[in-house]
Design a protein around this ligand. Sequence first.
Ligand code: ADP
Ligand code: MG
Length: 694
Amino acid sequence: MPNIITETFGSAVFNDRVMRERLPVDAYEALRKTIESGKPLDPSVASKVASAMRDWAIEQGATHFTHWFQPLTGITAEKHDSFLAGEKAGEPIMEFKGKELIKGETDGSSFPSGGLRATFEARGYTAWDPTSYAFIKENTLCIPTAFCSYSGEALDNKTPLLRSMEALNRSAKRILSLFGVETKGVVSTCGPEQEYFLIDRDMYARRKDLIFTGRTLFGAKPPKGQELEDHYYGMLRMRVKSFMRDLDEELWKLGVMAKTEHNEVAPSQHEIAPIYSTANIASDHNQLTMELLRKVAHRHGFKCVLHEKPFEGINGSGKHDNWSVQTYEGVNLFEPGKTPRENAQFLLFLVAVIKGVNEYQDLLRVSVASAGNDHRLGGNEAPPAIISMFLGDELTEILESIVEGSEYEGSNRIDMEIGVDVLPHFKRDTTDRNRTSPFAFTGNKFEFRSPGSSSSIAIPTTVLNAVLADELDRFYDELSGAENFNEALEGLIKRTITENRAILFNGDGYSEEWVKEAERRGLHNLRTTPDALPHILDKENVDMFKRQGVFSQLELESRYQIYLENYCKVIKIEALTMIDMSKKDILPAVSTYVRKMSEVVSGLKGIADVECGFETDMIKRLTSLSTEMYRKMQKLEQLSDALGANTQETANHMRDVIIPAMQDLRASADEIETLVGEKYWPYPTYGRMLFAVE
Ligand code: ADP
Ligand code: MG
C-alpha cells in the first residue's frame, strides 16, 4: 500500500534534500552557512540557487513565482510573476534570476505602515529569508520574504521575529559559554496549537455578521450549547474527518508536520497542532496552515472561522504558543538536567524567563491584543488578561526551598545548593495542566495560551525571545565578572526568584479572587486592547527592544498606530454591520411576523370563544421590543456617525461607549429572536450553525 506521508511529505518544498541534489556543492555549502549563521549570501551563489529553484519548480508544474510575505494586515501577501521572459524561435524562455530571488520591489502603499512610509515613498521591498524553505503552492513558487520600507524599517511580522532570534542566539551563546558549553548556535522553537470552527458554508453565506466581521453580532443562546461537554475529543463527524484528512495531506506536501487533529470543547470547534520547529518556520507554517484551513474547508462545503470569539456563550478559539529554546545540537535549554551543572544552567534559564515575564507583562499582553481577542481574555474559558506564570507545585516548591536555603522536602530529599548538589529529578507536572494560566511551564517548554486564533505567533514569540535575550544579557554582565561563579550564580538565582515571586501563580486564573489578589500583588490587569496598546511605547519597553536590536523607536510608534487603527476599524465595521442587519433584516422580519399574527387575529375576529392569546401577546411584546431595539439602533447609528480619527481617544470611546451600545442593541435583538417564528427569522440560528454538520 502506498503511504501518503512517506510518499508526499515535503514534495512541494525546496528543502535541504532537494538543495543537496540540485545545487553545485560549493553553492549548497554557502547556502547552508547562510542558513545556519546568517552570513550574507554571495550574489553569484544566489544566481545558482535561483536557477536550481526555477528548474525544480518548472518540473513541478509551476508557472509563476512570488515573494510571499506577512504585512501587518495579519494575512500573507503575494504578487505573482510568471517565469516567462520572452520567446526564441517559438520556444518560451523561462527565467528566474538571482536578484529576483533576493529582492523584490513592491508598491507598499496599500499595506499598513503606521505613517512609516510618507506617501511619496510608497515603495517597499521584500527580501528573501533563506532560513525558511521556498515551496510551491497552486503552481506558484513561493519565496518566504521579509517586508521592509525603503529605509529599512520592518513592515511585517517576520523581520522582528528574525531579529529576536538573532538576539537570543547571541545572548544565550554567551551565557552558555560561562557553563563551558560550546554550541554552534541557539534557536527558539514553537509548536502552535491552532483552534478553529467549521461552519456549513451555506449557513455562513446567510450571516452578514460572519461575512463582514468574522463573528456573530447577534444570536440567541440555543437550547443546547456546550454544557454537556460531549464534543471534546468526541468522534469526528464524517464530513469533518474527510476535511481533516485532506488538510493533513496538503500540509504534509508543504512540509508542515501536522500531527494532532481533534475536536475541541465547543460544538463545531476543532484543533490542529504540528510538531514543533524553529520559531521562524513554525510561524510561516502557521500562516500556511490558516490559509489551507480556509481553502480546504471551502472544498468540503465548510467555512473555516478563525475569529477569537465567533459565538457568544460558546468557547472562543486560541492559539497556544508552545515555546522553547534549544541549541543547534538539539539540547533543549528548558529541559531540567541530570547533572548539577546542567541543573544550574536550567535554573538560570528558568529564572530569566520568570523575571522577563514579570518585568514585561505588559508587552506580553500587548503582543496578544486585538479587538477579537478582547472577547476571550477574561471570559470564563481563556486565560485572563492578567499575565501570570504557572510552574506546577513541585517546581514551585523547589524554587521556594532554594530561596529559603532549606532542604527540599520532595520525593527524594536533597540539599539544594546550586551547582554543587543534584537537583531532584522531578517529574513533569502532567496531572495539573492548569488550563487557566496564561503562561505555563509544561515540563520542557512554556505554553503561552493568551494568543488569539487568528493572530500571528510571530508577535508573541518575538517578545518572548527579545525579553529572554535581554534578561540573559544582564545575567551575563553580573556573572562574567564574578570571582566565584558558583556563588554568584546561586545568589543571582535566589535573588531573581525572590524579586519576581509576584508573577508566579498556580491557582485558578478564572476566579474573582485572583483578580483581587493580582491587584494586591501589583500585577497589570490590562483588560482591553486600548488599555494595553499604549504600553508599547513605555520607556522600559522601547529601551529593551532597542538594546536587543528588535525594534527601533520609529517601528514601535508605527506599530502602535497600526494596532490602534485596526482596533478602531474593526469595532466600527461591527457597529455598522449591526445597524445594517437591524434595519434591513431583523426589524423587517419582526414586522412580517407581527403582520402574520395580526392577520390571524383579525381573521378570527367575531368567532365566538376564540381568544388568540398567543397572537395578541406576541404582537404586544414584539412591537414593544422592536420599538426598543429600533431606538437602540438609532443611538448606535448616531454614535457611529460621530466617530473621529483612529486615535487612542477614539479607541477608548469604542471601548467605553460604542461596544456597550452594541451589546445593548444585541440584547434586544436576541430576545426578539427567541420570540419570532424560526422560518421568519432572517438568519440561521446558533443551534443550526453549531450542530448542523453530519
Ligand atoms: P499537549 O499540550 O496536547 O499535551 P504536547 O505537550 O505534546 O501536547 O505538545 C503541544 C505542542 O507543543 C505541539 O505542537 C508540540 O510539538 C509542541 N512542543 C513540544 N515540545 C516543544 C518544544 N521543545 N518547543 C516548542 N514546542 C514544543
Ligand atoms: Mg497544549
